[in-house]
Design a binder for this molecule. Structure first.
Ligand SMILES: [Zn+2]
Ligand SMILES: [Zn+2]
Length: 269
């Protein structure tokens, strides 16, 4: 079994917040020696912020992918989607996602009680750290148990990117929320879903989930990881992925997964 340089969480101009074209992203990835990327444009149906509701123009996206796949044959480009959950919209979301032939479906949660922590001033206003992290994890537990049609769970700890606390207090740690984290991890492991290591952390050189959660996933028998930079610009592409891989290897992680037509392809980390 071989290892591979892959980035399984990337956004381009087709995402409402993407700032790189598919072509720019490909060139940057090739400069970094990346062999495979998976585009994971946003689908955030029912997001309360209007600018986040934009849906990628999939037909043009498809054309771009074909063009770049021919232009850069040494880079495998996969077709993925980052599906943002919202309880009230689940039927609509599932129907939408089922209508396309994805290589990879990344399940994610950006909303807690219908507010995106990205809106720091509203979200964290007057909130206690423990209570708001607990609510965040309970919501992810609910998300995970209500979907089956996905391959990996994105960025547990997304909330810490925008949290107003000190760097020491920012991480969402296993020890503080054992029940909710166990519920999420067990649900993934039982169904053979991957845990995403997302290298856009709460500082330039941190990643999520916190190592305590990765350790717990491994202790419960979890083996499958995906790695993604969540790059929205060329500067962010593949940033810290090799560092995160080295750390997960040290913790005992062995396998990273690629997907083609929703079928897993296993590589060493
Ligand atoms: Zn996300
Ligand atoms: Zn993303």
């Amino acid at each position: 079994m071989k290892t591979r340089r892959m980035d399984y969480h990337v956004h381009t101009l087709f995402s409402y917040d993407g700032e790189q074209s598919v072509d720019e992203m490909c060139r940057r990835m090739l400069d970094l020696g990346v062999e495979e990327v998976c585009l994971t444009e946003h689908l955030d149906l029912g997001h309360p912020d209007e600018e986040c509701q934009g849906i990628p123009a999939w037909d043009i996206w498809e054309r771009e992918i074909r063009y770049c796949s021919q232009k850069y044959p040494m880079l495998k480009i996969r077709r993925g989607i980052e599906v943002g959950d919202k309880a009230e919209c689940r039927e609509e979301i599932k129907k939408y996602v089922a209508a396309y032939a994805w290589d990879y479906i990344l399940l994610s949660l950006h909303l807690v009680d219908n507010v995106d922590p990205y809106n720091k001033d509203v979200f964290f206003q007057g909130k206690d750290r423990k209570a708001c992290y607990a609510r965040y994890l309970e919501t992810i537990a609910d998300t995970v148990t209500h979907y089956d049609d996905f391959d990996s769970l994105a960025h547990i700890g997304y909330i810490s990117r925008y949290a107003p606390w000190s760097d020491e207090e920012k991480p969402v740690r296993y020890e503080d929320y054992r029940d909710a984290v166990d519920c999420i991890l067990r649900s993934l492991i039982e169904r053979g879903k991957c845990l995403e290591i997302n290298t856009k952390g709460y500082t330039e050189d941190t990643f999520v989930p916190d190592e305590s959660i990765i350790r717990r996933y491994l202790a419960l028998g979890g083996e499958l990881f995906t790695f993604g930079s969540d790059g929205h610009t060329t500067i962010q592409d593949y940033h810290l992925v090799e560092t995160a891989k080295a750390r997960v290897r040290e913790l005992g992680g062995k396998y990273q997964v690629a997907f083609h037509g929703r079928k897993p392809e296993i590589y060493l980390i």
